[in-house]
Unconditional design. Structure first.
Ligand code: CP
Length: 302
């Protein structure tokens, strides 16, 4: 993994995912290790973020490195008309690794082609969010004791949900049975479904969340993302499609865990938070350990 960019979850093999998860366990046990002294990581966020940016920055700080960057593109020279390529070439001179979130699909790949340091894609439009995927795999392994042969439901915006796209592709390595719950307008794109079909895995599509709750090991909820809709009326039609409440979980399997990449709006009611099956805040914490593992691997420090 040394000096390699992570743009799409397909850039890494199954063995490489497992290596990152093993290293993340090591960082969970020993989160403070000063192996990054003298290194600079740039975090360039052209789109809003709480968890991804701050967990990357927390990971770098806990490893003894320094962070530069911006969390608001309006304070960077892109607001004066500078191209993404020129920004990336410039920041490559100031840092050893660039973590970038950008609203345009394909921007992270383009950045990796012009950068002289590795690029980690922290989300490019509706395309991919590979580091979220790795922390989701870590969380699934932590809660289920295995990644193999699980029934996983993805609920909500499967069309624009970049975390869903990365997760579905990664889970095809683990003989997952997929339960895909969405409004008709927000079904999983065929380009992602193709990965399931290539591995000849089972998948089922639903519009009613209640049909899957009692069948699955992981219930992965997602937000209907207002910012991805070009037609506000379409967003209004689908925005309240799924609201998970505590009473809906009465017949769920004991090992069921509810994940969500967060932020949530209303798709998980607050009364679910106290249910031991709710695991989304621990999931967000795991982002620090997984990102420590990834940074250390890409910089060749482990
Ligand atoms: N999961 C995730 O990407 O959250 P943020 O948008 O807060 O970074």
């Amino acid at each position: 993994m040394k000096n390699r960019s992570l743009v799409s979850i397909t850039d890494f093999t199954k063995e490489e995912y497992l290596r990152i998860l093993e290293l993340a366990q090591h960082f969970e046990r020993n989160p403070i290790q000063k192996i990054l002294e003298g290194y600079v990581v740039a975090t360039l966020f052209f789109e809003p973020s709480t968890r991804t940016r701050l967990s990357f920055e927390s990971a770098v700080n806990r490893l003894g490195g320094k962070v530069i960057g911006f969390s608001d593109a309006s304070v960077s020279s892109t607001s004066k008309g500078e191209s993404l390529a020129d920004t990336i070439r410039t920041v490559s001179n100031y840092s050893d690794l660039i973590v970038m979130r950008h609203p345009i699909e394909g921007s992270a790949r383009w950045a990796s082609e012009v950068a002289s340091v590795p690029i980690i894609n922290a989300g490019d439009g509706a395309n991919q969010h590979p580091t979220q995927c790795l922390l989701d795999l870590y969380t699934i392994l932590q809660t289920q004791g295995t990644l193999d042969n699980l029934h996983v439901a993805f609920v909500g915006d499967l069309k624009y949900g970049r975390t869903v796209h990365s997760n579905v592709i990664a889970l095809t390595h683990f003989n997952t049975t997929f339960h895909l719950v969405s409004p008709e307008e927000l079904k999983l794109p065929s380009s992602v479904k193709m990965h399931i079909k290539e591995k000849q895995l089972e998948y089922y599509q639903y519009t009613d969340i209640q049909e899957v709750i009692n069948k699955v090991d992981i219930l992965y909820m997602t937000r209907i993302q207002r910012e991805r809709f070009s037609d506000p009326m379409e967003y209004e039609r689908v925005k309240n499609s799924y609201i998970l409440t505590n009473s809906m979980l009465a017949g769920a399997k004991n090992n069921l865990r509810i994940l969500h990449p967060l932020p949530r709006v209303n798709e998980i009611a607050y009364d679910v938070d106290a249910n031991p099956k709710a695991y989304y805040f621990q999931q967000a914490l795991n982002g620090v350990y997984v990102r420590q593992a990834l940074i250390a691997s890409i910089l060749g420090l482990v």
